[in-house]
Write a protein that binds this ligand. Structure first.
Ligand code: SRM
Ligand code: SF4
Length: 520
């Protein structure tokens, strides 16, 4: 959990000589984003009772509660644990939530991947008893019996946060390259799990004006059989534990260790801790990064519906009763829920008869269905930024809805409304919605201004480049007109926007469109 303050209220509080309006953000760790109906309803209740009445789906398949007062923390955390979820590992210098493709397909491959996910979570979660003592038992706050030694974390935890995700080759909906450790599952000929390609050293955070900080995509480490995945993951974490930089938090992520010592050194260190040999990496191919929205058959006679949730925020507004609708869906139909890495939500296990009840509930609460959204909106994400994030220097979640609607019109005007183009915004350079991956990134530089990045790709396999610096929010749609109209006229069949931008060269594209006015 994080102590925050309502930044909208700072000025007024200062004027009145009052302290900041402090409040807590609680993040529930949800491996693979799988939430039972009871756990969903518990979070909805907590948000209403102790939080600010909203739930937020994060870019790592977690749920966040905002606006919880300190005095209510214990009740809120107990209620989360009573719903059989935990906040342990939601943040801190340890393994964060392990992400996994949320598609609920009922086949052997997905079943075996889910087993690896569960084993990874067990193998990478700290064994501390302090969490229970402080938050749940209500007994010893500091035990006089030391915790048994944690064989992975020792007594110092890690130099920095550590992030792991599982993808299935071909489907990069988890943004595997943004993770410290990525496991890419390969299917065997008989439809089971053949093994995993391991990728290491992804991480997107950077600090403005600090050129020794940078975003990086993960690089290949080697290939392992399924039974070796957890051992390999623990070895990767252990090398970072022992050699990661503990003197400078800005240089402490695994990506800097690999940059400093080289991938060959890192591979040798990992290999020296393994009881088996790492096999050579395979060549990876990606065909999609869609997070499974809309209707899908699960393969067991039941269906799944993926609902777009704008910027992950589940709340009731004058326009739509999204939170009420989702509560009613879960109370009435009791679907298993899967949160996606793109801030959206899947309702699974719906029978044929339940489908019409489901859509009737959404319609009654005026919830826009995924299918009626312009592509630009459907593929957009924004981080929370103001008023809760203490690191925000610009708006994001509150700025994106208006901006993306204008961009959708530009896309339509250019005749490329059917193209899948991803747009990701953050309120600072830390990269919480992964703006340096995907087609278009907007990164806040100061209030009202953004760096615009182009030339990543929809599949999220490479970093984008800076296209324009410090652009005023209201000028962004106009700025994108040139490249979008140019793309519409000159793209190759099937070519994505990011790929096309990269083929032009980002600097060349900027030169071309700085001067040329595009016809209306
Ligand atoms: Fe993040 C810090 C929100 C995913 C990179 N992130 C923060 C904090 C906690 C601000 C703070 O430290 O005080 C933000 C809380 C804001 C709020 O009001 O809720 C915050 N990060 C988020 C979430 C909620 C954004 C969202 O729109 O969903 C995501 C929560 C994920 C989760 O459930 O665990 C979130 N953050 C990410 C990602 C994306 C990812 O992991 O796939 C990244 C880029 C990948 C990476 O880690 O490199 C990311 N967040 C950061 C960083 C930069 C880390 C770095 O290495 O430099 C910070 C700042 C820090 O750690 O010092 C940060
Ligand atoms: Fe806060 Fe920056 Fe992350 Fe947005 S990107 S949530 S502003 S830390």
């Amino acid at each position: 959990m994080y102590q925050q303050d309502d930044r909208d209220l700072r000025k007024e509080a200062r004027k009145l000589g009052l302290d900041k309006h402090h409040m807590m953000m609680i993040r529930t760790r949800i491996p693979g984003g799988v939430v039972t109906p009871d756990a969903y309803l518990a979070h909805d209740r907590i948000a209403g009772t102790w939080g600010n009445g909203t739930l937020r789906i994060t870019t790592r398949q977690d749920l966040q509660l905002h606006g919880v007062l300190k005095g209510d923390l214990k009740n809120a955390i107990r209620a989360i644990n009573d719903s059989l979820l935990t906040t342990l590992g939601g943040c801190g210098d340890q393994e964060r939530n392990v992400m996994c493709c949320p598609a609920p397909w009922h086949d052997r491959l997905h079943g075996e991947i889910n087993q690896t996910l569960a084993a990874l979570v067990t193998g990478l979660t700290p064994t501390t008893r302090a969490y229970n003592e402080i938050w749940l038992d209500g007994e010893l706050a500091a035990s006089n019996q030391p915790d048994p030694p944690d064989t992975l974390y020792g007594d110092q935890y890690l130099p920095r946060k550590f992030k792991t995700a599982i993808a299935i080759e071909g489907d990069n909906c988890v943004d595997i390259y943004a993770n410290d450790l990525g496991l890419v599952a390969h299917a065997s000929r008989d439809g089971g799990l053949a093994g995993f390609d391991l990728l290491v050293g992804g991480g997107l955070g950077r600090t403005a004006n600090k050129p020794n900080t940078w975003p990086a995509v993960a690089v290949p480490l080697g290939y392992v059989q399924p039974q070796h995945a957890v051992e390999a993951a623990r070895a990767v974490v252990a090398v970072q534990r022992d050699h990661g930089d503990r003197s400078d938090r800005r240089h402490a992520r695994l990506k800097y260790l690999i940059a400093d010592r080289g991938i060959d050194w890192f591979r040798a260190e990992v290999a020296s801790r393994l009881t088996f040999e790492l096999e050579p990496s395979r060549r990876l191919q990606w065909t999609s990064a869609e997070d499974h929205l809309g209707w899908h058959e699960q393969g067991d006679g039941r269906s799944c519906y993926g609902l777009f949730v704008e910027n992950g925020r589940i709340h009731d507004t004058e326009m739509s009763g999204l939170r009420s609708a989702l509560r009613e869906v879960v109370e009435t139909l009791r679907p298993e829920i899967r949160l996606t890495p793109q801030q959206n939500i899947l309702f699974t296990n719906l029978s044929r008869e339940q489908r019409s009840v489901f859509t009737a509930i959404l319609d009654r609460w005026s919830v826009t269905r995924t299918e009626s959204l312009p592509n630009a909106i459907r593929h957009s994400m924004a981080c929370p930024a103001y008023p809760t994030c203490g690191l925000a220097v610009a708006e994001s979640e509150r700025a994106m809805p208006a901006l993306i609607r204008e961009i959708a019109l530009v896309q339509q005007g250019a005749g490329v409304e059917d193209s899948r183009i991803s747009y990701r915004m953050t309120g600072c350079p830390n990269g919480c919605t992964r703006p340096y991956l995907g087609d278009v990134g907007f990164v806040g530089t100061t209030l009202g201004k953004y760096d615009v990045f182009l030339g990543g790709d929809f599949a999220g396999t490479r970093l984008s480049e800076l296209y324009a610096h410090n652009v005023k929010l209201e000028e962004i749609p106009h700025l994108l007109r040139g490249p979008l109209f140019d793309y519409a006229r000159n793209r190759a069949p099937g070519e994505g926007f990011g790929d096309w931008c990269r083929r032009q060269g980002i600097a060349e594209l900027a030169d071309r469109h700085a001067l040329v006015e595009v016809p209306a």
